[in-house]
Write a protein that binds this ligand. Structure first.
Ligand code: ZN
Length: 192
């Protein structure tokens, strides 16, 4: 894990994708908006353990895009699940075309890799774009921002894994931002 510049920022803003009536992608009974928000209590707990100030954007940041300006000196991580005609296993991280991945990005890509594997976009696990609203706003406003596509919602193996490992995934997301381990991983093979 790489050392990060977390101490230069006011805290971590987690922006959950979609919401406010926009389900995001849908697969059977599952919606992206509901699924990403399941991480919230776990992220809160691990941020507390790491003494990391954390805020959650639960509204739809696409409908209220200017709200990100309130977090200009924060680290922003927007969380989504991907959709495709043929879902693959794995995920990727999106940054603005003008940005280079920083240590937080590199650490977050490793979290996706360790839990779901990586799909290749511009590079393995990394996509550089300039056609997404919040991505472009963050670039224009100088905000430390990235968007994670954790996995494909319609991919049943990754989806089941996600639902069974919300706590461990959240621990690793917080550790990726603070750049160090908070505690040992406790592996629970729960049968009930
Ligand atoms: Zn999405």
């Amino acid at each position: 894990m790489k050392t990060t510049t977390v101490h230069q920022y006011a805290g971590l803003l987690i922006a959950f994708g979609h919401g406010n009536g926009d389900p995001g992608c849908v697969s059977g009974q599952f919606t992206e908006a509901d699924m990403v928000r399941k991480l919230k209590p776990y992220l809160q707990r691990w941020a507390n353990d790491a003494n990391l100030k954390i805020a959650f954007y639960m509204d739809n940041l696409y409908q209220h895009a200017a709200d990100m300006k309130k977090y200009a000196d924060w680290i922003v991580v927007e969380i989504h699940m991907d959709a495709a005609a043929k879902p693959q296993q794995g995920g990727h991280l999106i940054i603005h075309r003008d940005y280079q991945p920083d240590a937080i990005d590199d650490n977050l890509i490793m979290v996706i890799k360790n839990h779901f594997g990586l799909v290749t976009r511009n590079e393995l696990g990394l996509s550089k774009r300039d056609d997404l609203l919040n991505l472009n706003n963050a670039r224009n406003w100088g905000i430390n921002y990235r968007l994670m596509e954790l996995f494909f919602l319609a991919e049943p193996t990754d989806r089941a894994y996600y639902l069974e490992n919300l706590d461990l995934i959240s621990k690793h997301l917080i550790e990726a931002v603070v750049g160090k381990a908070i505690a040992d991983d406790k592996v629970c093979i729960c049968t009930n």
